[in-house]
Design a protein around this ligand. Structure first.
Ligand SMILES: Nc1ncnc2c1ncn2[C@@H]1O[C@H](COP(=O)(O)OP(=O)(O)OP(=O)(O)O)[C@@H](O)[C@H]1O
Ligand SMILES: [Mg+2]
Length: 246
């Protein structure tokens, strides 16, 4: 059976796509059959994993999970990774509201039996069925948080969604990742301490803002194949292995 992981936060720009892609790269490199499913209309994960910047203009991606036909995957440019990409038309799913949520619940068994070792969902920075559906299906929600004052209230909303999803998916586990931490910022330091107190052992990783991280994906690579800093590379690789349980 596949392990299904949803990378999530209602807040934009915190590093969901960055982390979803790194989990996929690590899983693919470990020889695991990997599916990255992108529910964000921005579709950046699909761009990074296929080197095709136009992929976001094409249908035939993650919306297929709500259809009857046999799934057509797009292969990533690296081994072992298949994609159900994100694209602008995914927005059409949002108007289906409750009907889509019901369909997501019905499809749970089928999706959990997909022929992969890992299925990783990248999600949009907003509430809605494209965020809720993968929470119904997943074993693990990985919440990415940037340690800023406003993050704390945002986290309450994310955890409410997770609690709601647990009514349908009681075994859903949660992990938290602090990302884009700026050590020199006294306010971020304070928020980080609060996050640590609140989430404790749920925190499975912490990353400072490093240019090599964004540059790596802009070169279609994970950090550990791109950056020269061994410590940084090991941190990203170890973290990915930890979340995947490799
Ligand atoms: N640890 C990091 N160090 C440096 N840059 C980072 C780091 N994490 C993410 N970034 C950069 O921050 C920006 C936002 O990251 P990303 O796109 O992964 O966030 P997101 O949560 O998926 O955003 P959205 O909500 O818009 O989908 C990107 O330019 C990314 O390269
Ligand atoms: Mg994103």
């Amino acid at each position: 059976m596949a392990k299904l992981i949803t990378v999530i936060n209602n807040k934009g720009g915190v590093g969901k796509t960055t982390i979803a892609c790194h989990l996929a790269f690590a899983s693919g490199e470990a020889g695991k059959r990997t599916l990255l499913c992108d529910f964000d209309t921005q579709g950046n994960a699909g761009q990074f994993l296929t080197k095709d910047l136009q992929i976001t203009k094409r249908r035939g991606g993650s919306e297929q999970l709500f259809e009857q036909a046999e799934l057509q995957y797009t292969p990533a440019w690296v081994d072992n990774i298949q994609l159900l990409h994100g694209h602008g038309y995914l927005q059409e799913l949002d108007s289906r509201g409750d009907e889509l949520s019901e369909l997501a619940i019905q499809k749970r068994g089928e999706i959990r039996k997909l022929p992969f070792d890992y299925v990783i969902f990248d999600t949009p920075p907003a509430l809605g069925p494209r965020q809720t559906a993968p929470l119904f299906w997943s074993d693990l929600a990985v919440v990415i948080v940037e340690p800023q004052l406003t993050s704390l209230t945002g986290m309450a909303d994310v955890f409410k969604n997770i609690q709601d999803a647990r009514k349908r998916n009681p075994s859903l586990q949660v992990q938290v990742v602090i990302n884009r931490y700026t050590k020199a910022s006294s306010s971020q330091k304070k928020v980080r301490a609060e996050l640590e107190q609140k989430f404790g052992k749920m925190i499975v990783g912490e990353f400072t803002t490093r240019v090599a991280v964004s540059d790596a994906l802009a070169n279609y690579q994970p950090v550990w194949r791109f950056a020269k800093d061994k410590k940084l590379n090991a941190a990203w690789k170890d973290f990915s292995g930890r979340v995947l349980g490799l």
